[in-house]
Design a protein around this ligand. Structure first.
Ligand SMILES: *Cc1c(COP(=O)(O)O)cnc(C)c1O
Length: 370
């Protein structure tokens, strides 16, 4: 190949391409399997609500239209759902887009920095680097709780954003409301605290989010998504709830049509389908108990989880390491998530599935660990 002369930013040249692993079709043909179960990406075990599917089908004929810029119908539905004025809500193409937008709107490259935990959701780090913004990470404590003092020590007068995932991914740990509130109040006023609540619906007690009290704070941003509890990961729909002035800046910098009309219609319908959400939460809560108990009885070290997944460590006595167990499950048609990319090569993460999927996973684990 001839040498190229076009510019590519050095930050980007240093990136490792994302490796998505084998697709379901590739796993089927490589290992000669009829069915493959995926418990790797924390998707909704019940799939898409039948009511939402119908609404998506009903809107198919409008796909030639641009969505209304700013998605006012969706924003209005979210405002009603939470009892929060629409001026605070910014929808995006997944909450990933809101993370990206916050990093492009708030910190100035080369001047400000961003703080998060290590490990944490890779998007915070990747998008910070892409924006040329310094990314500081503070190790979690031994028990996977947040090192509040360490986080505060990493914050300085040039910290624009602190990202926390509550409940956390991949551990499932969730701080108490009092801890989060103390931390929010300890941060300097110039620093925004971004609470990524992708998994908040799955918490045992709903009182763990500051969202109902967001008016008491001037430096909080909440991220929520339709990808997990509402079962719409593939449609890409999330939103941020934030101070009004920041929401105005975000809207001004936003790509005008990033939330498409099918995602918008589906999101509004999903908010109306309370029965589906309730069934999802019941399935996840029962499955989480069953998986914890089953893995514990197989000798695994299970971390308590407030989310729709469980992080665990295979028994030390087992001849196979986490990577070997992941591979054995894959060859038997069940995909879970190895955590090497999170810097946790000895841990695995499994998403809660349907009752049947959970039993299949546990019986394969019994076979592999025997
Ligand atoms: C799944 C997940 C999200 C959701 O991302 P979308 O872009 O809305 O699909 C956000 N944050 C964390 C930590 C997640 O695990």
């Amino acid at each position: 190949m001839p040498a190229t002369s076009y510019p590519v930013r050095p930050e980007v040249l240093a990136f490792e391409p994302y490796s998505p692993g084998l697709s379901i079709a590739e796993i089927q043909s490589r290992y000669g399997l009829d069915t493959v179960i995926k418990m790797a990406s924390n998707e909704n075990p019940l799939g898409v609500s039948p009511y939402v599917q119908k609404v998506i089908a009903d809107h198919a004929g409008f796909a030639f239209r641009y969505a209304q810029s700013g998605n006012p119908r969706l924003v209005g539905a979210l405002a009603d759902y939470y009892g929060i004025p629409a001026a605070h809500i910014v929808p995006g193409n997944g909450s990933d887009e809101i993370i990206d937008l916050l990093l492009r709107v708030c910190p100035s490259p080369g001047l400000h920095n961003v703080v998060a935990c290590k490990p944490s959701f890779s998007m915070y780090r990747i998008q910070s680097r892409l924006c040329g913004v310094e990314f500081r990470s503070v190790a979690l404590r031994e028990d996977f709780s947040f090192d509040w003092q360490g986080l505060l020590a990493a914050v300085d007068e040039r910290t624009a954003l602190v990202f926390l995932t509550t409940p956390d991914n991949p551990s499932g740990w969730c701080p108490s409301l009092a801890e989060t509130e103390d931390f929010a109040r300890s941060l300097p006023q110039h620093c925004l605290l971004v609470l990524d609540e992708a998994y908040a619906d799955f918490c045992r007690e709903q009182g763990r989010s500051l969202l109902p009290r967001f008016r008491e704070f001037s430096n909080l941003v909440f991220l929520r998504t339709f990808s997990k509890s509402f079962g719409l990961a593939g449609l890409r729909l999330g939103y941020g709830i934030m101070p009004e002035a920041l929401a105005n800046s975000m809207r001004a910098a936003h790509m005008p049509f990033s939330v498409n009309i099918l995602a918008e219609a589906a999101g509004i319908a999903a908010l109306e389908d309370g029965a589906f959400l309730e069934a999802t939460l019941r399935t996840v809560s029962e499955g989480r108990e069953r998986l914890s108990e089953g893995l514990t009885s197989l000798g695994c070290r299970v971390h308590p989880s407030e989310a729709n997944f469980i992080m665990f460590r295979p028994p030390a006595t087992c001849a196979k390491d986490a990577a070997g167990i992941f591979q054995d499950l894959l060859e038997r048609g069940l995909i879970i998530r190895p955590l090497k990319s999170y810097g946790l090569p000895e841990h695995l993460r499994v998403s809660v599935g349907t009752g049947e999927e959970n039993e299949r996973f546990l019986s394969l684990m019994r076979e592999i660990l025997a």
